[in-house]
Design a protein around this ligand. Structure first.
Ligand SMILES: Nc1nc2c(c(=O)[nH]1)N[C@H]1C(S)=C(S)[C@@H](COP(=O)(O)O)O[C@H]1N2
Ligand SMILES: [Mo]
Length: 533
């Protein structure tokens, strides 16, 4: 039993250490090429493309912005588990173990060659990593294996009394070899990552930038407290302006691409009279507009947090498209990002006079790297997945008939309007209030590019009560609302909200899933009113 456990432990160590050496060496080699070529990142990026849409939706729902961390952890766990198996096989017969590593390497190469926006050289780190793992496995297996002389003796049958070979986990050579492999993996892994950051991070380039001011300044917004005029909202209400640090994020890439403004350019081509290639300084030289715009995600559930309101600074996209001379028949603009994302927007909406922009700034700073630095598209009134291409480098004027963008290939609607939505942010669901004492029910409502005209709250099955609305600078943002309310007696209450837009459309109570064109239904919460004592 002891020998068996020992054997398993030795096999597991050999497998895991060999895999760790592969990943570490891969990170170092990627530092010479590009971070996206690191084996785990290439596998992760490929995995995201292979994952069925329903699983992606589940991941976004369950892990939100942590979905990438969860995915990477999952990949490490799967690699470790398979490595244990391969290591144990290697003890049975070295060739099996080596074949296992070769299969690993093959999967890595396949991923590197098929990930979104891959480059041919992306396979190099995986190849070096695989070679290093093969060498590590040979060395560790030799060091752990039975004394070859003893083995020969046993096989010769001349000495039947010689015991079966045992793996000597505490053999000096194996321990030294394992320590060396672990050190090599750690130094190359962490060192490689550090070198990648030093070489490719554009945080410094971003910090050194000063953006030109907009042609006219934006109107400052009064705080919601100004309209509450009753119970103190304190910090419980959702702020008008979502700070960059807490703005929701939807990314298909594991790590945001690092694009230096001095190397960035945007190409506009396809069904146009004149192709345009624009550098970052060309972009900044254009008149810049600054607008409050509420961006929301089609994957946002009723009552969800995948929505935010920010001050975007950018050049008018419609002007640029007009200069390019987009053909009448080009009903779709397919925008592509440096990380291989494609997003298709309806040309008519982009060019109908709304403040569509090639954005460079967000809330008074250059776009954060995670939100598309150095440039992204923002189109008021369209969900992010059909407009808000981050790290945008290419816009092709084409047709919906000719091209299906990334999410459309996954079954999401090629074209859809934002669904009118409203949310109760305070009190929170399951929270407590005091019977007989006034409390503010407050939240936000949005129907971008149409505008919110009314927000109503229903307590249990009572009448719909009109909330007070905060002023808004345009129809392109969410609207904060507040309703003072006094729970009449101790007990449990259901609070429900609905909005009415400027076109008179009442938010539908019919519950529809986010897939394929955005959720409908009413946000409903429950609160308990306690005795005021
Ligand atoms: N390059 C790229 N652009 C993208 C995405 C993406 O995954 N990659 N996600 C889109 C989606 S679905 C939304 S809702 C918005 C989110 O923008 P944010 O991450 O800045 O909030 O970006 C859009 N643009
Ligand atoms: Mo989205």
């Amino acid at each position: 039993m002891q020998a068996k456990l020992g054997r398993l432990g030795v096999g597991a160590s050999i497998g895991v250490l060999s895999a760790a050496v592969a990943l570490g060496v891969g990170e170092v080699v990627a530092a010479f090429l590009r971070p996206a070529a690191a084996p785990v990142i290439a596998v992760g990026n490929r995995f995201i493309v292979l994952t069925p849409e329903s699983v992606k939706r589940w991941a976004i729902r369950s892990f939100g912005t942590n979905d990438k961390t969860v995915l990477l952890s999952g990949i490490y766990i799967v690699i470790a588990a398979l490595a244990v198996a391969v290591g144990v096989l290697a003890l049975r017969r070295l060739a099996y173990g080596l074949a296992g590593i070769a299969v690993f390497g093959g999967v890595g190469v396949y991923c590197a060659l098929t990930a979104n926006a891959h480059q041919g050289s992306d396979v190099v780190p995986t190849i070096f990593g695989t070679a290093a793992a093969l060498a590590a496995m040979v060395a560790l297996t030799r060091a752990a294996g039975p004394d070859p002389a003893l083995d020969d003796l046993r096989r010769s049958k001349k000495a039947p009394a010689v015991p079966a070979p045992r793996f000597v986990a505490n053999r000096r050579g194996f321990l030294t070899g394992s320590a060396a492999a672990a050190t090599l993996a750690a130094v190359t892994g962490f060192g490689g990552r550090a070198a990648q950051h030093a070489r490719f991070d554009v945080a410094q380039a971003r910090a050194n930038l000063t953006l030109p001011p907009p042609v006219e300044p934006v109107v400052p917004q009064p705080p919601i407290a100004a309209i509450a005029n009753g119970p103190d909202l304190g910090k419980s209400a959702t702020p008008w302006n979502t700070p960059n640090g807490t703005f929701y994020r939807i990314d298909t890439a594991i790590e945001p691409p690092q694009l230096d403004p001095k190397d960035w350019s945007l190409r506009i081509h396809g069904m146009v009279d004149h192709e345009i290639t624009m550098s970052y300084s060309d972009l900044l030289a254009r008149p810049l507009i600054e607008r409050w715009i509420t961006l929301s995600c089609v994957s946002n559930e009723i009552g969800g947090q995948l929505v935010g309101n920010a001050r975007f600074l950018g050049a008018r996209l419609a002007d640029v498209l007009r200069e390019a001379g987009v053909h009448d028949g080009a009903d779709q603009l397919v925008m592509s990002s440096a990380d291989g994302m494609s997003i298709g927007a309806p040309t008519a909406a982009v060019m109908d006079g709304r403040d569509s922009m090639i954005a460079v700034g967000m809330n008074g700073e250059p776009l954060p790297i995670k939100h598309g630095f150095p440039a992204r598209i923002v189109v008021p009134g369209l969900y992010g997945y059909v407009s808000a291409c981050k790290w945008v480098v290419d816009i092709e004027a084409t047709t919906f008939a000719a091209k299906r963008a990334y999410w459309v290939q996954g079954g999401w609607a090629a074209q859809t309007d934002i669904k009118i939505a409203s949310r109760i942010d305070t009190p929170h669901n399951g929270g407590t209030v005091r019977a007989g004492q006034p409390v503010a029910i407050a939240g936000v409502a949005w129907d971008q590019h149409v505008g919110i005209a009314r927000v109503e709250v229903q307590v249990d099955n009572g009448e719909w009560l009109s909330a007070r609305l905060a002023p808004v600078p345009s129809v392109d943002t969410w609207r904060q609302w507040v309703l003072p309310w006094t729970p009449p007696k101790v007990g449990s209450y259901a609070l429900r909200v609905r909005a009415v837009d400027a076109a008179g459309t009442v938010q539908s109570a019919e519950h529809r899933d986010v897939f394929p064109s955005g959720a409908t239904g009413l946000h409903t919460i429950t609160v308990r009113a306690h005795d005021p004592q």
